[in-house]
Structures are given as C-alpha cells and as structure tokens.
Design a protein around this ligand. Structure first.
Ligand SMILES: [Zn+2]
Length: 381
C-alpha cells in the first residue's frame, strides 16, 4: 500500500468512527430532566470494523393510560397529585428498553380547566411526570378521547409536554407542528413515531384545525410513512383502533396493518380495545418482516375484571447493520411482559408484574400469566 492510499484509508476510518461517535451520543433518554439517566449511557457498543458496523436496540410500548376519577383521587397528595407510586412496581422493567412509547389516552389538560372522568376525560399533568420518571420516551396522543375537553385541553397538554421535553405525537398545536416528524435517535438508530385514531367519539374536529388530532386516512398515512422512511431507519406506527373488549383483531385491523406494512412501517403498536390482542409478524410486499401488536390493553386505568386490568410491555429488538454504503434493518426476539393493575375498594392502584400478582391479591396469578403469554404469542410460535 503506498503512502497516498494509507493516507486516504486513514481519513475514511476517522470519518466513519467520528460519524458512529456522533450517532451514539444522541440518546433521547437524556432529554428528560427528571429521568434517572443524567449522564450519557451507551448500553450496547457499536462494533466498528472499518466500513462495517452494527447496532441493536430494544423498542417497547405500553397501552392505555386511562385516568378515571377514582385513579386521580387515589393519587391526590397535599399539593397536587403523585402517580409515581402506581408505577413503582414495574419501573425497573419500563427502564430497560432504549425507547418506550405509551398511549396517553386521556388528555393532560391539567387542573386549570378542571379534572374530569368518563365519558369526557381531563387528567392532571402529574400523570406525565410519573411516565417520564418511569422511563417513557414518547406519548401517543391520537385517541377517541383527544377532543373530549376541546382545544384548550390539547394546548394545555402540549404546553406541559414542551415544558418537560417529553415528545408527543398524534395531537398537534398547529399545522407546522403536525408536519414535523418525531424522530428519536438511540444508539445510532433513528426511529420515527407516527400516531392516528379511528375517530373522536362523535365530537367533530373543528374546521380548519385538523392538526388537533390525526384521524386514520390511508392516503395521508401513506404520505407520512414515505416521508418518515426517507429520514429514519425505522417507522413505528401507533394506532387507536379495533373494537373495545374484543380479544382478537377485526378484519379491518388486519387489512389496515397489512396496508401500512406494505407502505413501509416496521412496527405497529395498537391500542383502544382495553384488552390485549396478539402479536404477529407480517410480511410486507418488499419482503420485510413487520412486527404488529394488535392491542396493548390498559396499562393504568380504573377499569377492572374481564382482562381490563391486564396490560403489559411489548418489545422488539431492532438491529441496524451498515456495510459500506448498504444499510440493513432486521427485527428479532419479540417479547411480552404482562402486568396487572391491583386495587382495593377503588383505592391503592398499583401496577405489578402479572406473574407475581398473587402478592397483590389476584388469585391464580401464575395461571393467568400463562394464559396471557399463550394469548399474545399464539401467532408467533
Ligand atoms: Zn380508546
């Protein structure tokens, strides 16, 4: 090798190493001031071998955060509300994934406009504080309850999210905000989050204010997926859909999932039925594997019985391999960690691992755990 070639290959190596260094130094976990991760964390090293490197991250999601009056009354403290004790029992599991999405079903409009419960919800900002504290990195906010308390509640919620740095997607403050893609970068992988709902409980979206909530519309979704694919490695779709209390997806859900897979999403996290629906891999028309969780159930709510108090954390491993100028993305190792919301006399709401929920008063916890695992994995094994 002559001197010139050695010089050029050294420059190329330095550029590649510098680029990889830049990528791994952007970690959205550090954006939350109250998050426990106040220093840079590299959880899995990127293996750099000249022009080839790979990195793996875990992406996860939890279901509905549906704050009934009995739940916020239970969180009341002297000077406000504290929901952190409700999540404490599962916090160590929520902190594990590189990125965690939650479906914030009730709007965080805050006490300023008065809290409210079913059928027209408004929740305190402290719900968000507890999500940030336990490791949530982004909230999905396109729900059938998004317009429950009108534009004022949405603007209050967005002001809260902006003040804390917790990214939100699904409701927006204006059209510019809606056009701004939410792309979180972790360990060298750029993840775009999109969020849509089937409707808003019959409350019409104010004319000219379509930014207030993203409604399912195949053409709009297709355009946004294509735009997200140009800028991100992975596209995650969060969808509010399906029929309440049904443990299996409808034909419409299956058809829409396949459409979105073919258009380019990599992962779909579903919610709204308030009960768990299974996970599966779909094959997209370009041969990619697309991971779908049809419904994540309730994660924290005042609903009880008939599977409405069982939720969980769904996870998938994403590996990005870069070889020369080719990038390859692969998904592997789908996981589900079932959780249970315990309470007594509409008080003392606590989320606990389902497997050990007998300690929290659930009879046959082990049996329920096995049943739920079989239910979630029935299309994967
Ligand atoms: Zn819903």
């Amino acid at each position: 090798m002559n001197k010139k070639r050695i010089f050029i290959s050294s420059i190329v190596s330095i550029v590649i190493i510098s680029f990889a260094y830049l990528l791994i130094n952007v970690d959205p976990k550090n954006k939350h001031p109250s998050s426990k991760n106040t220093t840079m964390q590299i959880r899995k090293p990127i293996h750099i071998n000249e022009k080839t490197w790979s990195t793996t991250v875990t992406l996860s999601a939890i279901g509905d955060i549906l704050i009934h009056d009995r739940v916020y009354e239970d969180a009341r403290i002297e000077n406000g509300y504290d929901f952190k004790p409700m999540l404490q029992g599962v916090k160590e599991y929520l902190q594990k994934p590189h990125l965690l999405l939650a479906n914030q079903e009730t709007i965080l409009g805050g006490i300023e406009i008065g809290l409210s419960s079913y059928p027209s919800f408004n929740s305190p900002h402290e719900v968000g504080d507890a999500l940030i504290d336990s490791g949530v990195d982004i909230v999905s906010t396109a729900n059938n309850h998004t317009l429950d308390r009108g534009e004022k509640a949405i603007i209050n919620a967005i002001n809260y999210y902006e003040s804390t740095g917790l990214p939100y997607v699904g409701h927006f403050k204006d059209d510019k905000d809606r056009q701004t893609l939410r792309i979180l970068t972790t360990n060298g992988i750029k993840v775009a989050y999109l969020s849509y709902t089937y409707g808003t409980n019959g409350i019409p979206v104010p004319e000219g204010k379509e930014h207030l909530v993203n409604l399912i519309d195949k053409e709009k979704m297709k355009d946004e997926i294509h735009r997200a694919k140009e800028q991100a490695d992975i596209v995650v779709m969060s969808l509010h859909w399906g029929n309440e209390y049904q443990r299996l997806p409808t034909e419409e859900q299956k058809e829409l999932a396949q459409f979105l897979a073919d258009e380019g999403i990599d992962i779909l996290f579903g919610h709204h039925p308030h009960v768990l629906q299974p996970m599966e891999f779909l094959k997209a028309k370009d041969d990619r594997n697309v991971f779908v969780v049809y419904s994540l159930g309730n994660f924290l709510s005042g609903q009880m019985w008939d599977y409405k108090d069982i939720g969980g954390i769904a996870s998938i491993e994403v590996t990005k391999k870069v070889h020369q100028d080719k990038t390859n993305i692969s998904l592997a190792n789908p996981q589900f960690f079932p959780t249970y919301v315990s309470s007594s006399n509409l008080q003392n709401y606590r989320i606990v691992p389902l497997e050990n929920a007998d300690k929290a008063g659930l009879t046959n916890a082990k049996e329920k755990y096995n049943e739920i695992m079989n239910h979630m994995f029935q299309w994967l094994n």
